[in-house]
Write a protein that binds this ligand. Structure first.
Ligand code: STX
Length: 327
C-alpha cells in the first residue's frame, strides 16, 4: 500500500542488460525514461537490497535517462549473495571499492560521461564514496537517509539504540543469537549468516532483514516486514549487509565525512533529504555531513523515518530531482 502519489509513473525500461564486472559477478541493469535525456544513476540501499519497480518513480521520465542496477550479489545480479571478488586460491571478498568501480564500468558501458547520482541509506554511502573518487563524472547528488558505516551508526541500529524504540522487534532479532554472543550482534550474525547449515543461515537472514524492515518507517508497514520473509531477497540483503558492516565498509572511521574528502565534492549541487525520526540511519550523520558541507541543501522531513517511500520523503525526493533538471 505504498502511496506513490507524488511519484512519476512506474514506466517500463526501454533497455535492460547484464554486464560482467569481475571473475565472479555479472550486474543486471535497466534504462528507463528518455534515451537522449540527462543521465542519472540510482544507487540502492542495503547493501544487498536490490532495485525495486518503485525506484523508477523518483525521476521525470521525459527528462532523465534513468539508469538503475542491482549491485553485485543483489536482486537479479548473479551469483546471488556471493561475497567473493574472484576465484583464486584462498578467498578474496568484494569490498565497497569494488562496487565503486562497478559503477564506473557501467557508466563506460553505457557511454555516459557524467551523471546525477541518487542514493539513499547505503546508497548514500556508496554515492559519497563514488563521488569522492570519481568527482569528474558527477554533476550533482540527491542523498537520503545518510549512512557512512561508522561504528557509532552500526552500534545504534544493530546493538543498542533503535532497540529502545522497537523492543519487541528487537527481541525477535536477538532470538537466533546465543545469549553469550549478544554483546556483539554484528559479529554473532556473521557466524550465523555464513553457516554451512542452510536452515541456520536462512533463519538468521530473515531475522536480520525483518529487524530492518520493521523499523524503516515511522509507522511500521506490514508489506515491508513481509518482504523480509522472502528467502532469496533476505539471504542477499542480510549476507551482503553483514559482510560490509563486519568490515566497517573498508573505510577509516568517518572517512567520507572528513574535510579533506568532502572538500573534493563540495562544489557539486547536493540535496539531502533526511527523516527526523530515522532510527536506521539517525539524523546525526546527515547533520555531521551538512556541517562539513554547509553548501548542501539539507531538507529535514519532520514526520518520517528512514524509508524513501514515506509520503513526505518521497515528495521531497521527487522535488529534488525535478529541481536538478536544471543542472
Ligand atoms: C543499514 N541499511 C540501510 C539501507 O541501506 C537500507 N535500508 N532499507 C533498504 C532497502 C530499501 C534496500 C530495503 O536499504
Amino acid at each position: 500500500n505504498v502511496n506513490m502519489s507524488k511519484a512519476y509513473p512506474l514506466i517500463d525500461p526501454y533497455s535492460t542488460g547484464y554486464l560482467k564486472v569481475s571473475d565472479v559477478h555479472t550486474l543486471y541493469y535497466e534504462e528507463c525514461g528518455n534515451p537522449n535525456g540527462k543521465p542519472v544513476v540510482f544507487l540502492h540501499g542495503g547493501p544487498g537490497g536490490g532495485i525495486s519497480l518503485t525506484d523508477r518513480g523518483f525521476f521525470d521520465p521525459e527528462f532523465y535517462r534513468i539508469v538503475l542496477f542491482d549491485q553485485r550479489g543483489s536482486g537479479k545480479s548473479t551469483p546471488s549473495a556471493d561475497l567473493r571478488e574472484k576465484f583464486v586460491f584462498g578467498i578474496v571478498l568484494h569490498t565497497t571499492w569494488d562496487v565503486v568501480e562497478d559503477i564506473e564500468k557501467l557508466r563506460k558501458e553505457l557511454n555516459i560521461a557524467k551523471w546525477l547520482v541518487f542514493g539513499g541509506s547505503w546508497g548514500s554511502c556508496l554515492a559519497l564514496a563514488y563521488s569522492q573518487k570519481h568527482t569528474e563524472q558527477v554533476v550533482g547528488m540527491v542523498l537520503r537517509g545518510i549512512f557512512t558505516l561508522r561504528k557509532t551508526e552500526l552500534d545504534f541500529f544493530y546493538q543498542n539504540g533503535a532497540s529502545h524504540i522497537h523492543p519487541e522487534a528487537f527481541e525477535e532479532y536477538l532470538a537466533p543469537v546465543p545469549e553469550s554472543e549478544r554483546d556483539d550482534m554484528v559479529k554473532a550474525y556473521h557466524k550465523l549468516l555464513n553457516s554451512d547449515d542452510d536452515d541456520v543461515r536462512v533463519n538468521a537472514a530473515k531475522a536480520w532483514s525483518k529487524w530492518e524492515m520493521a523499523t524503516s518507517k515511522l509507522i511500521v508497514d506490514p508489506l515491508d516486514v513481509a518482504k523480509a520473509a522472502e528467502d532469496t531477497w533476505a539471504n542477499a540483503f542480510a549476507r551482503i549487509e553483514n559482510h560490509y558492516f563486519v568490515n566497517e565498509g573498508w573505510m577509516e572511521q568517518g572517512q567520507l565525512l572528513k574535510a579533506e574528502n568532502v572538500n573534493k565534492i563540495k562544489h557539486l549541487p547536493c540535496i539531502i533529504v533526511q527523516g527526523r525520526y530515522d532510527i536506521v540511519c539517525p539524523f546525526k550523520t546527515a547533520w555531521d555531513l551538512h556541517k562539513q558541507w554547509p553548501e548542501s541543501n539539507l531538507k529535514v522531513v519532520p514526520n518520517a523515518g528512514h524509508s524513501s517511500r514515506e509520503i513526505a520523503t518521497l515528495a521531497l525526493l521527487v522535488e529534488a530531482t525535478d529541481e536538478f533538471r536544471g543542472l
